[in-house]
Design a protein around this ligand. Structure first.
Ligand code: DP6
Length: 367
């Protein structure tokens, strides 16, 4: 906790390395996450306009191996492979990431890299791989840094990994640890920072243990508006300041809700956050709609089911048409039946992915 409060960007700057590593590789598996209070709007170098909080997931993850070999030329040299196939289309984003983090990871030009990555979820599922992908890569780089400087402590390791991941994709900083991660400085949350994600520091009621997230794949196509463009549209947005204040207030309201296990209050905050996020998209200029007719069908069925059964199931949305169905572990069997019988046919090829909150990224030993 003390570390979080005093940590500054300066402390993440690279220290001079005494040696070079021989040719080898490191591998990390990092999960996706689902925000309860949404990050939408940023400033400066990937800094959030409001605090967000997410459940780290388990099953939706990216596994990335970073192969490295010392070299003498001074350029960045790397190639990206997805599922064993070269993906030159990913490389400009990685180059931008390397340029952004160079001050913090100064060995980047000293090695030739081969980045091999694979997702546990289907490539064209509409599930963003940037959070899991950027955090997995950041963790691989941190493992190299730790080999160069074995005195790095585990708190620093995780914070710097989250800090680097944020520079790749904002929400990625919430994937390093779990199960509940806060990003963005908030007066009511000790240790919270705009620079990296931190573990939610307060008591959480067992109602939220192993919280279920079933992701309904409504639209697997490419998004017509990227998150980056959407964030940018918040700059001239007529409701921006109100939205940032609303998110920060929702964050604070969640504290007693999480402590007391108040699922009715939880549902109100989470669903309102999802709809507010999409309301921002619909009221920006240019305006856009990422929900599809089946997104709305599913939302209405969830509300009807809740009214009829007293279930505590609810929904949230990311920047896309897919619906995340959230529910407590003790409703697992019932809600699964409801999804199979009443929601699956609104999904493309009846596809959905069952996930659950989890504890974050893991190193993989795979000689
Ligand atoms: C709607 O993290 O994808 O999922 O920082 O530009 O990479 P960049 O954006 P990204 O934005 C995700 C926004 C969101 C809400 C959230 O996860 O908090």
């Amino acid at each position: 906790m003390y570390l979080c409060l005093t940590m500054t960007e300066k402390e993440f700057l690279s220290k001079p390395y005494k040696n070079k590593l021989a040719k080898a590789h490191v591998t990390w598996q990092s999960p996706s996450n689902i925000a309860l209070v949404k990050y939408w709007g940023k400033y400066g170098e990937q800094l959030p306009k409001n605090t967000s909080i997410s459940f780290t997931l388990s099953n939706c993850h990216t596994k990335t191996s970073l192969f490295y070999e010392p070299k003498t030329s001074t350029d960045f040299e790397f190639e990206v492979f997805l599922d064993g196939k070269r993906e030159a289309g990913f490389e400009p984003k990685i180059l931008k990431f390397f340029q952004r983090i160079e001050n913090y990871i100064s060995f980047l030009r000293d090695y030739n890299f081969r980045i091999e990555t694979t997702n546990s979820f289907p490539h064209s599922s509409g599930i963003a791989s940037s959070a899991s992908g950027m955090s997995a890569l950041a963790l691989c780089l941190m493992e190299m840094e730790q080999q160069l400087n074995p005195s790095i402590a585990s708190d620093y390791f995780n914070q710097k990994a989250s800090f680097l991941a944020r520079l790749g994709s904002g929400s990625a900083c919430r994937s390093v640890e779990g199960p509940l991660i806060v990003w963005g400085k908030h007066a009511a949350i000790p240790g919270s920072s705009n620079l990296f994600g931190t573990k939610y520091p307060f008591e959480v009621h067992p109602n939220f243990d192993n919280y279920q997230d079933t992701i309904l794949l409504v639209d697997k196509g490419e998004k017509q508006v990227s998150s980056t463009v959407g964030h940018d549209l918040m700059h001239e947005h007529p409701f921006a300041e109100e939205r940032f204040a609303q998110a920060n207030s929702n964050m604070e309201k969640l504290i007693p809700v999480l402590r007391e296990g108040n699922l009715d209050a939880f549902i109100k905050i989470v669903e309102s956050e999802a709809l507010s996020l999409h309301a921002m998209m619909m009221t920006s200029m240019p305006y856009f709609i990422l929900m599809k007719p089946n997104t709305l069908e599913i939302i209405n069925r969830i509300w009807k089911y809740r009214n009829e059964t007293g279930s505590k199931v609810c929904f949230t949305l990311d920047a896309g048409a897919n619906v995340h169905v959230l529910y407590p572990e003790n409703e697992k069997e019932d809600v699964k039946k409801f999804i199979e019988n009443h929601l699956a046919h609104f999904c493309q090829n009846k596809q959905f992915i069952c996930d659950v909150s989890g504890n974050g990224a893991q190193s993989v030993i795979d000689n």
